[in-house]
Design a protein around this ligand. Structure first.
Ligand code: PLP
Length: 415
């Protein structure tokens, strides 16, 4: 295979600084490596004006500018679309940037957006502040009551956010029922699919027969796709070309892009995502079951555990994953009994040595965060026991060490 130079300098005498810039470059011949390369660029050169006018980045048939895509980002978009069962994908600099891009693309003054009461809190904050400034109103619905969602859809509703499981309290909704309601009412529904990660269930094929799926799936690639706790990135996946184009043009006008090294880090981690997800899931289920038997724990919130809010919906949607083991992320919460005060709960979290205090999840290290639920919820929460919610993200440590860490911290804080 003969390679042509990507850049050949003009044949006139040039001074060194110019020669260093206009240096001939030919990629290595026959370097047919499987691993995608890190392509870094702002400028992409055109051979002539006709090519400059003819090139089209929107359908990925060519390259026009680094922000519009590189071989590295195109490759990652295609693989995330594959992971999610979608057809098109956009990358954003964080999961939250992916969420805000969907909102800005689909909502305008006078519209209303609906969110589940257990939505990722920054998504709610976006609606409360920025979207309100732009004349977009919002309301929250009970994630466990599809009829509440149906009742809140009006002719101003343009977008419904869905989350399965919900953030922090992990209630698992009847996702197919929620999507069917949106479909019947002609409202676009966007799922925050960070928990399911494309592995626990198929967001664009909820019933397994191709008949029902969400319109948009947003994924914080920061979590399992990265897997390292070292990348911030988000994705917006769709199956409808017109909807994708609408999102893509807003994404382009907002100037969103991701770094090539970060894209490569996610590409590198993606092949092991199913193995890691399964390992996080197994360890989390084991610890959640063990915690359910501890006297200080009033309730364990893990959708794969019978008795957890929405467990039946989890079973129906995710139960077939991983050869019938079911799929769930390595994330769960507990309610520490109301007889213990805030200081004791804080002391429990502080006493943990392997579970470190910190936000986010999906990386190798286990993390813990105590939450003040009252400030986060508007709907009544009869599904939750009284007490303080503590969320655990289970990493890749040995599960016996993690259990011992929980045991010593429980003993220290609650006696
Ligand atoms: C972490 C997270 C996000 C946001 O991702 P960032 O990359 O941290 O902005 C969105 N949704 C859910 C459910 C998350 O857990």
């Amino acid at each position: 295979m003969s390679q042509t130079p990507i850049h050949a300098p003009p044949e006139v005498p040039l001074l060194l600084p110019t020669r260093l810039v206009h240096h001939e470059y030919t990629p290595p011949a026959g370097f047919a490596a499987l691993q995608p390369a890190v392509h870094k660029a702002s400028t992409v050169l055109f051979p002539n004006v006709a090519a400059m006018r003819a090139r089209e980045w929107k359908d990925k048939t060519s390259y026009t500018y680094g922000l519009h895509g590189t071989p590295t980002t195109y490759q990652l978009e295609e693989r995330i679309a594959t992971l999610e069962g979608g057809l098109q994908c956009l990358l954003a600099p964080s999961g939250l940037a992916a969420i805000s891009t969907v909102a800005l693309a689909l909502l305008r003054a006078g519209d209303e957006v609906l969110l589940p009461d257990n939505a990722y809190s920054p998504n709610k904050a976006l609606a409360e502040v920025e979207l309100a400034h732009y004349g977009v109103t919002h309301r929250v619905f009970d994630p466990l009551d599809p009829q509440d969602l149906a009742a809140k859809i009006t002719d101003r509703t343009r977008l419904v956010w869905l989350e399965a499981a919900g953030s922090v309290t992990m209630e698992f909704p009847d996702l197919p029922a929620q999507v069917r309601i949106c479909r019947e009412r002609g409202v676009t529904c966007a799922l925050d699919n960070t928990w399911g990660a494309g592995l626990a269930f198929a967001p664009f094929d909820l019933l397994g027969d191709g008949s029902l799926g969400v319109d948009v799936s947003v994924h914080a690639l920061t979590k399992y796709p990265s897997g390292g706790g070292d990348v911030l990135m988000g994705s917006i996946t769709t199956r409808d070309q017109a909807l994708h184009l609408k999102l893509k043009l807003t994404h382009m006008r907002l100037g969103l892009g991701v770094g090539a090294n970060d894209a490569e880090a996610v590409l590198r981690a993606l092949p092991s995502i199913a193995l890691r997800y399964r390992a996080h899931d197994e360890a989390a289920r084991e610890l959640a079951r063990w915690l359910a038997g501890q006297p200080a724990i009033a309730q364990v919130l893990h959708p794969a555990l019978p008795g957890s809010p929405g467990h039946d919906h989890w079973q129906a949607l995710c139960g077939a994953a991983f050869g019938g083991q079911g799929g769930a992320a390595g994330l769960f919460s507990v309610v520490i009994g109301a007889q213990y005060g805030q200081a004791q709960v804080d002391a429990f979290c502080d006493a943990l040595q392997l579970f470190r205090l910190g936000y986010s999840w999906g990386g190798p290290m286990s993390l813990v965060v105590p939450y003040e639920l009252a400030a986060m919820r508007r709907c009544a929460t009869p599904q939750l026991a009284a007490g303080t919610v503590v969320r655990f993200c289970v990493g890749l440590e040995d599960v016996q060490d993690l259990r011992a860490d929980l045991a010593q911290a429980l003993a220290r804080a609650f006696g």
